[in-house]
Design a protein around this ligand. Structure first.
Ligand SMILES: Cc1cc2nc3c(=O)[nH]c(=O)nc-3n(C[C@H](O)[C@H](O)[C@H](O)COP(=O)(O)OP(=O)(O)OC[C@H]3O[C@@H](n4cnc5c(N)ncnc54)[C@H](O)[C@@H]3O)c2cc1C
Length: 511
């Protein structure tokens, strides 16, 4: 008998679940609290699609190579439809440094390293229209899920048998063989299970940053600045990260990220005049926002409370709930800086497909699913958290006037800046391998663990700075005090706040 599956949410994870499970012939109903997209073009979706369920809908989005590869391989028609409406596919060649470009020889595997980028509304619109055409998939919009229907079996384990919600006609109850929760970062189904004592484990910590995005459109007849002849359009100034996201139909967006502890900057950045001031002071952004080339078409969208969170539905191989799976942000949340959230959702959805088609016992399915998540996603999650903790420390160091790094820190920093950096900016093969890790095509540390690669990097590290001068990036923008002065903001206020916080912690620890 065909299994009847309910999916909470028709966001990226819900849609990826449909892409993964649709071809298996299972019957899927995606339940979505928001209304459907407006008829018409990507511009209409961008301006008019009301998505209260996705607060980050108008933040910059790109799909990493891992998700692009899944779409290319499993849904080539969808890929073509994305490209047809103007979604951009950016290849490996665009990621090369000026040193690498003249001698670049494409290899077959470089095609795997391309990303898809556009306004998220466009990506979601096209994927949703495609999913709606799949034979055994239904999307019910404007239905808000309020809770799960469940029973407790003989072992005391909760088994989910359906859900209850509310649409414009009133309360609704739907029964099913299984519920897949794809309700996103603010979804409440897992919280409800935890509140009912289901032994689900959860570990979360702050990503340490805030995200700000503004959209632009090229003026008629204008083209995007060339990446070859201009300063880098992405970079990290320590106190601020920045990036340009090329998008569909003459649009692009700029994203700025501030550390959480840069209170002055994060308060002011949403004001258009501060935003324009920042952009004008970063050469790689200034060329994109020249008034003769483009104009802003949106306000500055801000996003805080960014967490990394790992939930486990079967911690210690003990199933906490049966008939219930979760994919996407409701289960695993990642720092948006890495651009991995949608790929995580897709990888989880495909792991779930494998598990559901391979076996039918509910416990075995859950254990196998959690095992796959640990193998397929946990390494990226762990490396990300390690890097985030490092970035949080660096942001604090910038606000510590008398900070002097320890020898170990200086050595590590030098290894990154004078070893890894110059090596991947010089040797195309090293860049290729590093990016395969970043784009989730292999273990994130695999390239560094290969002895030959490590030797090459050590070789660069040992060289004098003069001999590898061309392999360092140009200055990306002003330092913190110059920027704060240019914006008319106090450079000292946050230094004082951090010093006060430290004193408080020290006093608390001593008490
Ligand atoms: C600022 C920011 C930038 C990001 N940039 C990138 C990027 O560049 N690349 C990338 O891969 N990832 C990025 N991400 C992460 C990515 O957006 C998420 O990982 C992805 O949206 C997760 O998909 P999801 O379906 O789990 O959640 P969502 O896409 O948020 O979808 C959840 C869906 O569930 C619905 N829903 C919720 N509750 C209910 C309910 N009770 N009843 C019915 N429906 C409900 C919502 O309306 C929504 O449609 C970014 C995230 C943020 C915050």
């Amino acid at each position: 008998m065909t299994e009847k599956i309910l999916v909470i949410g028709a966001g990226i994870a819900g849609l990826c679940t449909a892409l993964a499970l649709g071809p298996t012939g299972k019957s899927l109903t995606l339940i979505e609290r928001d209304g459907p997209p407006p008829e018409g073009s990507p511009d209409e979706a961008f301006h008019d699609w009301n998505r209260r369920g996705v607060g980050h809908l108008r933040q910059s989005h790109a799909f990493l190579a891992r998700l692009n590869t899944i779409i290319k391989t499993d849904h080539p028609t969808l890929r073509q439809e994305l490209l047809d409406v103007g979604v951009r596919e950016l290849g490996f060649e665009g990621m090369l440094s000026p040193l690498q470009k003249p001698t670049y020889q494409p290899t077959q595997e470089d095609a795997d390293l391309s990303i898809l980028t556009s306004r998220r509304t466009t990506l979601e619109l096209v994927i949703r229209r495609y999913v709606e055409r799949l034979p055994n998939i239904t999307i019910k919009s404007n239905l808000f899920v309020r809770g799960l229907i469940s029973e407790t079996n003989g072992d005391g384990i909760v088994t989910v048998t359906g859900l209850r919600g509310e649409d414009e006609t009133g309360p609704v109850e739907i029964l099913a063989d299984m519920v897949i929760d794809a309700s996103g970062k603010n979804g409440s189904a897992i919280d409800q299970l935890m509140a009912a004592n289901a032994p689900i484990s959860e570990a979360s910590e702050s990503a340490g940053i805030l995200y700000f995005t503004r959209h632009y459109r090229l003026l008629p007849g204008q083209i995007e600045p060339s990446r070859d002849d201009n300063p880098p359009a992405t970079g990290d100034l320590g106190y601020l990260k920045f990036g340009v996201f090329p998008a569909d139909n003459g649009c692009f967006s700029i994203t700025l990220c501030t550390p959480e502890i840069e209170y002055e900057m994060r308060k002011a950045i949403v004001h258009p005049e501060t935003w324009d001031g920042i952009v004008a002071n970063i050469p790689g952004l200034k060329v994109w926002t020249d008034k003769a080339l483009s104009e802003p078409v949106s306000k500055v969208f801000g996003m805080g409370n960014l967490l990394s969170r790992w939930r486990d539905l079967a911690p210690g191989e003990v199933p906490a709930v049966l008939g219930f799976f979760a994919v996407g942000d409701t289960l695993i949340r990642t720092n948006p800086l890495y651009g991995r959230g949608c790929s995580f959702a897709a990888v989880a959805a495909y792991a779930l497909r494998d598990v559901l088609t391979a076996q039918s016992d509910p416990k075995a399915r859950l254990l196998a699913y959690q095992q796959r998540l640990h193998t397929d996603l946990k390494p990226y999650f762990d490396v990300m958290q390690r890097q985030d903790r490092g970035a949080i420390k660096r942001a604090e160091q910038i606000l510590t006037p008398d900070y002097r790094p320890r020898l170990r820190t200086r050595i590590l920093l030098s290894f990154f800046e004078d070893g890894i950096g110059p090596a991947i900016r010089t040797e195309t093969n090293l860049l290729r391998e590093a990016l395969r890790g970043f784009h989730m095509l292999e273990h994130p540390d695999a390239w560094l663990r290969r002895p030959a690669n490590l030797l090459r990097i050590l070789g660069y590290w040992a060289k004098s700075k003069k001999s590898k001068a061309g392999a360092y990036p140009p200055k990306l923008g002003p330092d913190r005090s110059e920027m704060m002065q240019a914006l008319g903001l106090s450079a000292d206020a946050d230094i004082a706040i951090l010093a006060q916080q430290r004193t408080k912690h020290q006093l608390a620890a001593a008490a």
